[in-house]
Design a protein around this ligand. Structure first.
Ligand code: AHR
Length: 850
């Protein structure tokens, strides 16, 4: 477009969007061609799915509707969750509680509670999982194994609110001297999110209790002992293509004895062996010492859930490695057979005839028909040669015995690091089917990497992008929010996955659930408390993709005009890598203007000093005196653009030199000059975009101890010049982080002939877009348009405002196969246009079946 025309268009857009020329935001304009005449590969019908892990009280205390915590008294502290009821008048117990193990009702569940009442009444109260959620008028089914060992005529069970008011009560009589399952129903007289259950002995005597259980009658599909209906409904509404289970790190366990073993999670619930949850105590700021896995939601129930959801089951098995963020314990290669056998037996459990040994167990649980398992994951988030050695063994045996099963392997916890770079070529050599990639990074990473898969090798393994979530704060931070900015960035990235659906065959957000009062990790796709559950904006993004999946990729060509890339901004950091260093005379300037000076006379004002390392001020300098520390101090300010930072630095001792950071946004995007890095042999410019590190430039060089150096970094747009003692040592152009942009993908629904176009406008302004449906002669005038957007990027849904950000669907009139549509700022739009089957245009490429 000529310059004059561009200006006119720009003015027209300004009028259309009501913006003035002074201090205005420039509107985006673009053209998007959807090549309906060049259909691409077939999309995996199961492409968009769910990643489930029992993290954040996702299963016990969450999806699994059991309301009693530690129902079997098998927690290592067998009374955890149980509180003695003291006498109202004396404040003392009227009896004794003990944990016994003589003649339990099941040897698999060896401990039980003995209540001894000495006078009138005595009993215990269960606190539930941060309370129990009750709804007025609804029924709750109480069951327990009970044995009267001495005296006592009856047991009373009560549901009470936090002030002790009774909301439901029932009596159990006819106690026997042998174990017997007793049951009663409690109808709640009020809605209460934090109720508790009391078990009270009436009369003097001793009574034994085990498997004390309370379930809402209204579970998913009304199954006794089933799942929370509202939570499953949210999953069902997404129309997920697959269900990955049971994790996540819980597959691995912190040590191997605590790994997930599927065989201990099937059969009668009272015989399932409880173990500690990998996320117990795990999260630094929020310990959850009461986090155990009862396995009431076990492998049978996962398969059943997948079937209910119409999703492919995707179990992940331990590959002989405990979590490498914990012990990293390994099974010796010559002892791996039982692990491989678990995989073989699982295939039989899922797919074998009811007459086969493991198929018979499935049938005994009520599902004689096979579950039609097609995929298994070997290991969760493993890395290193140890993983490759173990995966190779599974691969060899399973490909030989079950070539029909697709094997999921993994590339470690990051989408771009040395672990990833090591694993991918090895897995390619092994002819792996599909490689799992994980990514927790800030929104910038997702926006900047939307074209990640455009360049992937089409001849190697496929990709399963199985754990991802944009992080509004730092990764694994307690401040991460499920805000609109993150959801929008994920949507942008997902258009890239959809465009490349020939190689990205499966994808899922992680983690799935977070309990508002008991989480260890955030963000999460769905948040819940004891009574409510809601979908985050990220959930709606996932749903819109899954519900508008289509069958065939339609290539798109997107051209964005008139956008001036925003100047990069960011603050300064001073760092050390196993070295003690002093910094002083720090000055940030732009042109002749001083933006910031640091006076370390008394304190480090304007700086954030990290907890690691020993930071302080002395004789006018900022000092990091721990020679082993890898640590960086940051300026509070992050809004500077195109600046020069100058300072003096002196190495006191240690292995390397010093580090100066620029363009730091406190969200893992920064550029650092590493002076005397790599064991004090080289200087290097490193850039971080989200989690992704790139070594931009490197040159030989070292730093002498006890000598003050003059350091200067000059930033101009993408360019960085680095000076040492006034000499230019390194210079580089550093890719700019992407904070805005327009993204699109298109697919065709082969059954209806509809063309489905997805557009993410991550610009701060509306984007007027000329859309051309190439190869389509006529189109129905009424299209369906669904828009997901929010008033502000920081907006989020909450338990009190669950639908603040939710999709809105309307009819859109379109004049023909060429039209202009304006996508609102910060929005995700799905357009469904009916071209009719006869115009399906071209033969799709069917080769890429998974
Ligand atoms: O999704 C949370 C955790 O992130 C998973 O357990 C693990 O696989 C990853 O590190």
């Amino acid at each position: 477009m000529k310059q004059k025309e561009q200006k006119l268009l720009c003015l027209a857009l300004m009028c259309a969007f009501g913006m003035s020329t002074s201090g205005m935001l420039q509107a985006a304009s673009a053209s998007l061609t959807v090549h309906a005449d060049q259909p691409g590969a077939r999309i995996n019908p199961a492409m968009w799915g769910l990643f489930f892990e029992d993290i954040n009280f996702g299963a016990d205390g969450g999806l699994y509707a059991e309301l009693i915590k530690n129902r079997s008294f098998e927690f290592p502290d067998p009374m955890m969750g149980w509180i003695p009821i003291l006498s109202f008048s004396s404040g003392r117990p009227r009896g004794a509680l003990s944990i016994e193990s003589v003649a339990p009702f099941s040897p698999a569940n060896p401990h039980y509670l003995r209540i001894q009442c000495e006078f009138a009444t005595y009993g215990v109260m269960n606190e539930g999982f941060r309370g129990m959620g009750l709804r007025e008028g609804e029924n709750y089914d109480f069951t327990a194994q009970i044995r009267a060992s001495e005296g006592s005529s009856a047991v009373r069970v009560e549901l009470v609110n936090p002030t002790g008011q009774v909301l439901a009560s029932a009596k159990l009589t006819g106690l026997a001297s042998e174990w017997k399952k007793h049951a009663t129903t409690l109808k709640a007289s009020a809605t209460e999110p934090k109720a508790r259950l009391k078990v009270i002995l009436e009369g003097k005597g001793k009574v034994d209790f085990d498997m004390v259980s309370l379930f809402p009658r209204k579970t998913w599909k009304q199954r006794p002992g089933g799942l929370r209906a509202d939570m499953v409904q949210l999953l069902a509404d997404m129309k997920p293509g697959f269900l990955r289970f049971p994790g996540g790190c819980i597959v691995e366990g912190n040590v191997l004895t605590n790994r997930y073993q599927w065989k201990t999670t099937i059969g009668p619930v009272e015989e399932r062996k409880l173990i500690v949850n990998r996320w117990n105590f795990e999260f630094r700021h929020r310990p959850t010492p009461d986090y155990y896995q009862s396995f009431g939601l076990g492998f049978f129930e996962y398969f059943q859930l997948a079937e209910d959801l119409g999703a492919e089951p995707l179990p992940i098995l331990n590959c002989g490695m405990a979590c490498q963020f914990n012990s990293g314990e390994l099974v010796p290669l010559d002892e791996l057979d039982p692990y491989v056998q678990d995989a073989l037996d699982l295939i039989e459990f899922a797919n074998g005839p009811a007459s086969s040994p493991w198929g018979a167990k499935r049938a005994a649980m009520g599902h004689p028909k096979p579950f039609n398992l097609k995929m298994i994951g070997i290991g969760n988030e493993q890395w290193g040669p140890q993983f490759i050695e173990r995966y190779a063994i599974f691969h060899r045996v399973l490909k030989d015995r079950h070539p029909e099963i697709t094997l999921v392997s993994g590339s470690g916890p990051s989408p771009a690091d040395e672990r990833f770079d090591f694993l991918w070529p090895k897995l390619r050599e092994l002819n792996a089917d599909i490689v799992d990639e994980h990514c927790y990074a800030n929104p910038i990473w997702f926006l900047s990497n939307a074209n990640r898969y455009d360049r992937y090798d089409r001849n190697g393994p496929k990709v399963f992008f199985s754990e991802y979530a944009a992080q509004s704060d730092r990764i694994v931070s307690v401040n991460n929010e499920n805000n609109w900015e993150c959801a929008l960035a994920e949507a942008a990235f997902m258009t890239g996955m959809e465009r490349n659906a020939d190689i990205v065959r499966l994808a899922s957000y992680a983690p799935l659930f977070g309990h508002a009062d008991a989480w260890q990790w955030r963000p999460n796709l769905i948040w819940a408390d004891n009574l409510r559950a809601y979908g985050t904006p990220n959930y709606h993004v996932q749903s819109l993709f899954a519900r508008n999946r289509g069958d065939t990729i339609l290539p798109v060509q997107l051209t964005v005009r008139e956008q001036v890339p925003p100047a990069p901004t960011g603050g300064v950091g001073l760092g050390t890598y196993r070295t003690a260093v002093e910094f002083k005379d720090v000055r940030v300037t732009r042109g002749g203007e001083t933006l910031f000076t640091a006076d370390f006379a008394t304190e480090a004002k304007g700086w954030q000093l990290p907890r690691d390392g020993k930071w302080g001020t002395a004789h006018g300098a900022l000092v990091q005196s721990d020679m082993r520390a890898i640590s960086t101090a940051w300026t509070d300010e992050v809004s500077w653009t195109d600046y020069t930072v100058s300072l003096k630095a002196r190495k006191i001792g240690g292995a390397e030199g010093f580090i100066v950071v620029v363009r730091n946004d406190h969200q893992n995007t920064r550029v650092q000059w590493n002076v005397g890095g790599w064991g004090n042999t080289r200087h290097g410019i490193q850039s971080w975009l989200g989690v992704q590190e790139q070594l931009v430039a490197q040159t030989p060089g070292s730093i002498e101890p006890d000598r003050w150096y003059d350091v200067r970094l000059e930033l101009k747009g993408p360019r960085l010049d680095c000076y040492l003692d006034d000499k230019l040592v390194q210079t580089a152009e550093i890719p700019l982080p992407k904070r805005e942009g327009l993204y699109a993908s298109a697919v065709r629904d082969d059954r209806t002939g509809e063309i489905i176009v997805k557009v993410v406008n991550a610009f701060a302004t509306p984007a007027a877009t000329e859309i051309t449906l190439a190869g389509i002669k006529s189109i129905r005038a009424r299209a369906q348009i669904t828009v997901l957007t929010a008033a502000a990027l920081q907006d989020a849904n909450s338990l009190d405002e669950p639908n603040k950000i939710a999709p809105r669907t309307e009819t859109l009139k379109i004049p023909g196969s060429k039209f202009t549509h304006t996508f609102p700022r910060y929005s995700f739009t799905v357009l469904r246009m009916s071209a009719g089957k006869s115009q399906a245009g071209g033969t799709p490429d069917r080769r890429s079946a998974f």
